[in-house]
Design a protein around this ligand. Structure first.
Ligand SMILES: NC(=O)c1ccc[n+]([C@@H]2O[C@H](COP(=O)([O-])OP(=O)(O)OC[C@H]3O[C@@H](n4cnc5c(N)ncnc54)[C@H](OP(=O)(O)O)[C@@H]3O)[C@@H](O)[C@H]2O)c1
Length: 226
């Protein structure tokens, strides 16, 4: 059976790199994002997706269902991060982080169930050290990632009869376009490179299919950005 993967947030940064690597490994990849990618590959399907919209998520799964019988790997990656003190952050901004990073994840899982392959499907979630530790001026991001972790721990138990693998990655800062949008002055030299992140991702994907990594934290030698 051809191995199929979904990667949310495939248009940029980590999602783009993970999509390329999975195609090299022989997966058929359904990439979902609002803006799409330039990837041209026989096994790549570039599908429009806004995880914050339940209708868009339903359409995403409607589109891919004709091309797959089951999803072996679900890379739960789409996310946004806005940096702002609580005083300067509007209620809409706060809600938008939760809508994309937490409710968006709920939408994706709600409609994933028919595609689960018992004892096979591996969910790899790109959380963050911000799902474990509070950082200043990213309260909405922190709340959304802690919420995402709670959601994942709950459905792992709810779906225990499926014998799926749930791997939660908690990377520290990585030098991706996410930081360009935030306009901060943190040194990129104290962040992991995308290649360094990919060395961990590729190791996890290549591990035997009986292994899951419930909590995998990794960060730059220089430690946390604060
Ligand atoms: N970079 C870091 O330091 C770091 C550290 C730890 C964890 N992470 C996590 O890693 C993940 C990827 O981040 P990145 O650094 O690769 O950032 P990025 O380069 O900004 O990429 C974010 C991706 O998420 C997609 N996305 C955002 N909102 C979406 C929506 N509503 N619907 C569908 N797709 C959406 C974007 O696609 P469109 O805009 O085309 O929709 C884009 O492909 C995020 O969950 C982030 O929290 C990042």
């Amino acid at each position: 059976m051809q191995k199929c993967a979904i990667v949310t947030g495939s248009s940029s940064g980590l999602g783009l790199a993970m999509t390329g690597s999975l195609l090299d490994m022989g997966f058929t990849v359904f990439g979902g994002s609002r803006t799409g990618t330039d990837i041209e590959h026989d096994s790549f399907y570039d599908v429009e997706l806004d995880v914050s919209s339940e209708e868009s998520v339903i359409e995403f799964y409607e589109t891919i269902k004709d091309f797959t019988d089951g999803i072996h790997l679900f890379v739960n990656n789409a996310g946004i991060c806005e940096m702002s003190s609580i005083n300067e952050m509007s209620s809409d901004q706060f809600q938008n982080s939760l809508l994309t990073n937490t409710v968006g994840m709920f939408h994706m899982f709600k409609y994933l169930e028919p595609f689960i392959v018992k004892k096979e499907t591996h969910v790899v979630s790109i959380l963050s050290t911000a799902a474990q530790y509070g950082y200043p001026n990213v309260s909405a991001y922190n709340a959304s990632k802690f919420g995402a972790l709670g959601f994942l721990q709950s459905i792992k138990k709810e779906w225990k009869d499926q014998h799926m693998r749930f791997t939660n990655l908690f990377p520290g800062a990585i030098d991706t376009p996410l930081w360009d949008k935030m306009g901060t002055s943190f040194s990129r030299e104290k962040m992991l490179s995308v290649d360094e992140f990919m060395s961990v991702f590729d190791f996890i994907i290549s591990a035997p299919h009986t292994i899951q990594f419930p909590e995998f934290t990794f960060l730059h030698r220089e430690g946390f950005l604060e």
